[in-house]
Design a protein around this ligand. Sequence first.
Ligand SMILES: NC(=O)c1ccc[n+]([C@@H]2O[C@H](COP(=O)([O-])OP(=O)(O)OC[C@H]3O[C@@H](n4cnc5c(N)ncnc54)[C@H](O)[C@@H]3O)[C@@H](O)[C@H]2O)c1
Length: 340
Amino acid sequence: MSRILVTGGAGYIGSFIVRALSHRGHDPVVYDSLEQGHHEAVGDAEFVWGDLADQTKMYQILRHYGINAVIHMAAYCLVGESEQLPLKYFRNNLTNSLNLLEVMHQAGVETLVFSSSAAVYGEPLCTPIDEEAPTHPTNVYGETKLYYEKILKRCETSHGLRSISLRYFNAAGADRDGTIGEHHHPETHLIPIVLKTALGQREAVRVFGTDYPTPDGTCIRDYIHVEDLAEAHILAMEALESGSQSATYNLGNGKGFSVLEVLQTARRITGKEIPEIPAERRPGDPAVLVASSDRIKRELGWTIQWPNLAEIIETAWTWHSSHPQGYGDREPHPRSRKGR
Ligand SMILES: NC(=O)c1ccc[n+]([C@@H]2O[C@H](COP(=O)([O-])OP(=O)(O)OC[C@H]3O[C@@H](n4cnc5c(N)ncnc54)[C@H](O)[C@@H]3O)[C@@H](O)[C@H]2O)c1
């Protein structure tokens, strides 16, 4: 059993990782400011309210809990906002995240799994995208993820920190029971937007670009179920703990689905009309983003349990239809206001 610090563990993907760690007999400790996350999402796992900006607190937590490894999820993640407020993103995703590396070094914690992103690639030259593809991020968010990966490589040579960076494509879905799921504010991801429209919370889904060189003219993306993502983190962490060297892996489904395919599948599953409105292309949105995840399959034995778009959307619908306000039906954790 390992004691794992999960920064951002009260967020969407973090909450699934925390649950998977507990199921596998590890002992997660969540560290989250609740600026975006939700205390209820953490379940029975140990929860510490705190910000990456607070080095003293992070150091105390590493020592107090005897942390063996860190899964670093905490970050700001809105691509559009990162272009408008780049300093906010450099501050949190780089400066605050450097605080973590410094306290890990001081506390002698030498393994880290990092939530990176497909945004490091920018406009792909070919698909599926493998880890050798050139990295030219087209937004500040992607830049912060790429810079942090580079810092981690430096930390290996200078401080012996071994790390695995996982470049996720589009996380989606919820658990079968609909007990935890996706609740971002604001919501920018396609599947929750489509399902919120099905619930009548939004008037229509804007389809950004209908003249792309794809079979139906809309963008194609790779949706990976959040439980498949969580499993990859556990494999990565266990590999580092058994002595593996640092690595970078893509995490995607390997299959692409267009915006219209997502809409049609969601209409079938929900039985709702889900109106759509054609809109202009968004700058920097490539036509097709599909991952090759062959490397992690080969090297860590990762397998995809949720290859099917309909099943992914079904789990998301179970969550959204049973929690129309997400975690918002209840009072926020009293600490959550402090983090803002
Ligand atoms: N959702 C996706 O499809 C996707 C794709 C690629 C990469 N990622 C990455 O995965 C990670 C998690 O994404 P998510 O969708 O679960 O986001 P999320 O916003 O739901 O979770 C992020 C969590 O980090 C916390 N946090 C942010 N800054 C913090 C700070 N300074 N101190 C402490 N806690 C802080 C937030 O409160 C939140 O709970 C992020 O690093 C994101 O960049 C997500």
